[in-house]
Design a protein around this ligand. Structure first.
Ligand SMILES: Nc1ncnc2c1ncn2[C@@H]1O[C@H](COP(=O)(O)OP(=O)(O)O)[C@@H](O)[C@H]1O
Ligand SMILES: [Mg+2]
Length: 354
């Protein structure tokens, strides 16, 4: 995947901007609140996903403008494509002059992996952050997985709705049987997918982490299932009574987690701040490799504000030693740019490019 050109009009604080990118490394630099993350976000949106900032579609339009626009020329699967997004109350997308029903249709045509400071929560946050990371990443490679997840979530919701009645109305058992079958069947698939992809990520994690940190620590990501996939159906049945009091489904992959271990101990509890940040970046860079392994093409790599909290060695690694894919990186500190051996530099000030 390679982005050649980006044109923005009335997108966030950017009135108009034109970019022609380097095929490998692009550094977007400028002071705070000038529009660097906005540029990264505009590229990310072409994946068809929601903003990594969790913003509403209407917030993309520049204050005072009626609508915003972004245009992207990119190469995917050896073919040159042009895509356009129009932002007003909602957003619409056009691919190669064809109106798409839904921007989500761009998924799989344009692929990117983004790292933003909020991703530190992959290490420090609750299990739902790590499940979401895995699910988003697997869904990017296998859109079918998203259907399995949706079906699973629906079945859990339906079980939750009736489980409370179980304590005084045993006749709900027949319905519970139906939903638990569904949970068990889809849950098994989810666990299988997640374990497989975590296994593939583990193939890249040690190499990237040691390159990034220069350290010798052993890093591993281990899937922690709260229930054996084969036993899920039985376990759900056993848990009926207890669940009827709590009103939730206590077994299944919606309660699973990933243990991130550094030298065998929990990174969440024992890693330093710098190590945690390196682990979070490592996970994202490992995704790029696995997506390449599966699809034969690297996604583009969007790194927002990673430089500020990394030491010089880690900064150099990011700038000059990650290769194979196209990178976009934002930074405030102009000295980072002098360390860049080759690539494009874009200076952003007050929503303009210089
Ligand atoms: N819809 C919008 N219209 C105008 N300005 C906006 C809009 N959305 C965000 N901004 C402004 O864009 C500025 C730059 O944002 P950002 O890209 O996050 O800066 P940074 O360079 O620090 O990454 C912020 O001051 C923000 O208020
Ligand atoms: Mg920013």
């Amino acid at each position: 995947m390679q982005v050649d050109k980006l044109r923005l009009k009335d997108f966030r604080n950017i009135k108009t901007a034109d970019f022609e990118f380097d095929g490998k490394m692009n550094v977007i630099c400028g002071e705070n609140a000038q529009g660097k993350t906005n540029v990264i976000e505009s590229i990310w949106l072409f994946c068809g996903a929601k903003s990594f900032r969790g913003s509403k579609d209407s917030s993309f339009v520049r204050f005072g403008a009626e609508k915003g626009e972004s245009h992207l020329d990119f190469i995917s699967g050896g073919t040159l494509h042009n895509a356009k997004m129009i932002f007003d109350d909602r957003r619409t997308a056009v691919l190669d002059e064809k109106n798409l029903k839904n921007p989500g249709e761009l998924a799989g045509i344009f692929n990117a992996v983004v790292f933003s400071p909020a991703d530190l929560s992959l290490v420090t946050g609750g299990p739902e952050k790590r499940r979401r990371f895995l699910d988003l990443f697997i869904g990017q490679i296998y859109p079918n997985y998203i259907d399995v997840l949706r079906g699973y979530a629906r079945a859990v919701m339906q079980r939750n709705k009736i489980i409370k009645d179980y304590k005084y109305d045993p006749s709900v058992s027949i319905m519970l049987d139906v939903f638990e079958n569904e949970i068990s069947e889809k849950g098994k698939k989810i666990i299988e997918y997640r374990k497989k992809f975590l296994g593939m990520l583990n193939g890249y994690i040690p190499g990237i982490f040691s390159g990034l940190s220069g350290g010798k620590e052993e890093i591993k990501a281990v899937y922690v299932a709260n229930c054996d996939a084969i036993l899920l159906g039985d376990e759900l049945k056993k848990a009926r009574k207890e669940d009827s009091f709590s009103g939730v489904t206590s077994k299944g992959p919606h309660r699973d987690d990933i243990d991130l271990l550094i030298n065998g101990i929990s990174a969440r509890q024992y890693a330093s701040q710098g190590q945690k940040r390196s682990i979070a970046i490592t996970l994202k860079l490992a995704c790029l490799n696995v997506i390449f392994e599966v699809s034969g093409e690297y996604p583009v790599c969007l790194l927002d504000d990673v430089m500020s909290e990394l030491d010089e060695h880690r900064q150099n690694y990011i700038l000059n030693h990650v290769s194979g894919w196209q990178t976009f990186i934002t930074c405030c500190d102009p000295s980072s740019v002098t360390r860049l051996l080759s690539g494009g530099v874009f200076r952003i000030k007050d929503g303009g490019v210089f």
